[in-house]
Write a protein that binds this ligand. Sequence first.
Ligand code: HEC
Length: 213
Amino acid sequence: MRWLILALLPLPALAFAQQFPPVDWMTTDPARVELGQLLFYDPILSGNREVSCATCHNPAQGTSDGLSLGLGDGGIGLGPERRADPANLPEQRIPRNAPALFNLGAAEFSVMFHDGRLEADPTRPGGIRTPLGEDMVAGFTSVLAAQAMFPVLSGDEMAGHYSENGIAQAVRMGFLSQPGGAWDRIAARVAAIPEYRARFDAVLGQGAEIRFT
Ligand code: HEC
């Protein structure tokens, strides 16, 4: 089929298409993708249940935030209209804007963040170098999956301030990967929702433990 399409292209277009090597995509299971999509739009992953991944990676803004410096917890509105909530001011703006997320599932993306602080590194036990070093549990299928562990820990992005909720308090005390730590608490919130439980049962197996990883 692909060759048929190429054969039908005019010659200059054919030469253009041949400049690019085929893209290697990670394989996906549609049931997992759907579950991930639901979680991406669900503010339950944020300490105060107000900010979802899509608040900053907004499809209407090309999966970015439309701001010079982002606003997570303590912000109201979306896109360029998003502003600090006078009733719940954030401590600071996010020091960077949210990059678009298109195509990051292609295998060629082995480095994440503007400054590359999360990177595939086969010399590490978990295969990935992260800002958390070895405290971060192993077992990620990709750098993209590992990256998703971080926004929920940032007070100004998703966790909120330490006086406001148990997740922010766990982060503040440095309890991240242990039982009762921030990731564990978020996973427990998700597991407590029957619709999520049923979807996780379908992809992980009946009754399998739901962990943030
Ligand atoms: C408050 C805004 C905000 C929220 C909420 C947020 N992000 Fe981001 N995201 C950012 C910013 C800002 C960066 C860039 C940070 C950097 O490079 O230091 C980023 C970077 C990323 C990247 C790396 C992109 C690249 O090309 O390197 C991914 C992937 C990502 N976010 C996914 C998520 C997921 C998944 C969630 C939800 C669990 C989420 N983000 C929630 C603002 C946000």
